[in-house]
Design a protein. Structure first.
Length: 274
């Protein structure tokens, strides 16, 4: 039994080989409004109106290799198609020849929805919205598309084709190693090296604005007056700046004795312990 072209429904050569890269059992198909922004499609505009839901189909990504005889020898023509089919009868609903990554564009507001460009056998194109019920199915769908890009060489051709002049503007010529080795860093006759070690030892000091290389008289500047930052001394009992000295031991004993006599106690001639 000969294979059938999934996009056109026409039979393929007997030696054609087909491989299914991905299959999803339930994919919701939507009629999406025209694109009004250059940013991309928004899936919320598809699901708000139930009338935009067209059908629930089975989605398959099919890789087809068709042998071709050329003058240089046998070769093969490789193509990938995304087909939407009736899940029960297998009847073709829509087909999308995957020729560029822009054929499938992910939605901006959900990772489960995509905008798909479909094409009929007459070459007419339309954009439909497809949505997966699970995020894992949408992730597997994206992985299968990446595998198709590698098989078709789409990603390799885009990455290996830089814009003209882009590499020349971004890259600058690097100095060769021999140029660094050929430079002479030795001192010539009469040349000296001066090393300024001022302020490198001891406690670090703040750099003043006047200590610039252009100032030649930085060492002769006047000292900074810091009297405005000094705190005043605490006030004493007499209004002076210093506290009175503490009383001596003799004065302390005489004060205690006077206080005892004022209370009516008389220690006698020899004191309290006579």
């Amino acid at each position: 039994m000969n294979a059938i072209d999934p996009a056109t429904g026409q039979p393929l050569p007997a030696d054609a080989i087909q491989r299914v890269l991905h299959i999803a059992r339930a994919v919701h198909v939507y009629h999406i409004p025209p694109l009004t922004s250059t940013k991309g499609y928004t899936a919320a505009t598809w699901t708000e109106d139930p009338k935009r839901h067209l059908a629930t189909c089975r989605a398959r990504i099919i890789e087809t290799a068709i042998p071709v005889n050329t003058g240089d020898g046998p070769s093969e023509k490789l193509k990938v198609d995304i087909v939407l089919e009736d899940s029960s009868t297998g009847q073709l609903f829509a087909a999308s020849p995957y020729t560029a990554p822009s054929v499938v564009e992910p939605a901006l507001d959900s990772s489960r929805f995509f905008a798909l460009i479909v094409q009929d056998p007459a070459g007419r194109k339309a954009t439909l919205g497809i949505g997966f019920e699970e995020r894992s199915e949408a992730f597997d769908f994206s992985i299968a598309l990446q595998e198709a890009q590698k098989a078709l060489g789409i990603s390799a051709s885009r990455s290996n084709t830089p814009s003209k002049g882009a590499g020349q503007q971004q890259k600058s010529p690097e100095p060769k190693k021999d140029d660094w080795l050929k430079r002479d860093y030795s001192l010539k006759d009469g040349e000296t090296i001066t090393v300024n070690l001022n302020g490198t030892f001891g406690r670090s000091k703040g750099v003043r604005a006047s200590d610039s290389p252009s100032s030649s008289s930085s060492s002769q500047q006047e000292p900074v007056n810091l009297s405005s930052f000094a705190l005043p001394p605490p006030p004493g009992p007499g209004g002076g700046g210093f506290l009175p000295p503490p009383p001596s031991a003799k004065e302390s004993r005489s004060r205690k004795r006077l206080s005892a006599q004022q209370l009516g106690f008389d220690d006698g001639q020899f004191g309290e312990f006579a």
